[in-house]
Write a protein that binds this ligand. Sequence first.
Ligand SMILES: [Zn+2]
Length: 261
Amino acid sequence: MWLIIIGVLLGAASLLCLLWLGVPLMLRILQSRALVSRCGHEQLVALTFDDGPTPELTPRVLDLLDELEVKATFFMIGQRVLSHPEIAREVSKRGHEVAAHSMKHLDTWKVGPLKGIRDVSEGVKLMNEQSLSPNLFRPPRGRATLGTIFQALRCGCSPFWWTHDSGDSGFTPGRCKLGLRRFIRHGRHSPLTEQQIEGMLQKSTRADWIDEVSEVGGVVLFHDAPGDQPSLVELTLSATRELVLNARERGTRFVLASELR
Ligand SMILES: [Zn+2]
């Protein structure tokens, strides 16, 4: 009898766990496929910048986007908006889209369920208080749970991921392949070495992923916050420039992330 009860409880817990993590994963896979298909069909590119605003990089990104005459979507961390509200407002003032990226950038897989959910709502609330009114939410590290997805929707923000990683956070650049292994490893990658980054900087004009996005479109993940390796900042700027110039040459149209919802 006890064995049956334990078995049922274990089964229920496994099912709950599967739904908690599996539904967001399915959503991400489905959205990624839909984005690839729509961007490819209409030749669209959305530039997205995560983890700002920061005084070190956001103003440089804004100046570059002005020079290139292109608009982008900035997924901001609440705590950084609180530290640099004037930069956050400047992003919006220059015609870019502002979206939510949680309050403290907590990895929802590593914190308690309520903490992860609170991180979402506090981030959106803070941005609303600053009159930034986001309507998209990007889960930190791309990781979400059923709880964080529901909370984002409750706060009026649709979850939004990406199709291509620029590699400027020290991740291998290219199309995001959402196999289970990649999904589990995401966020636990070891940083690229300085030598590898230097190599990426030198061949950025010929990088395969820039060629691919220029040709078939996509949603590209960049960062407007400097990480541990200073050379990655230069990669953000040079890859943005190369992508915009290459894509424009091939007739690709740039859109804001919310236009692809
Ligand atoms: Zn992030």
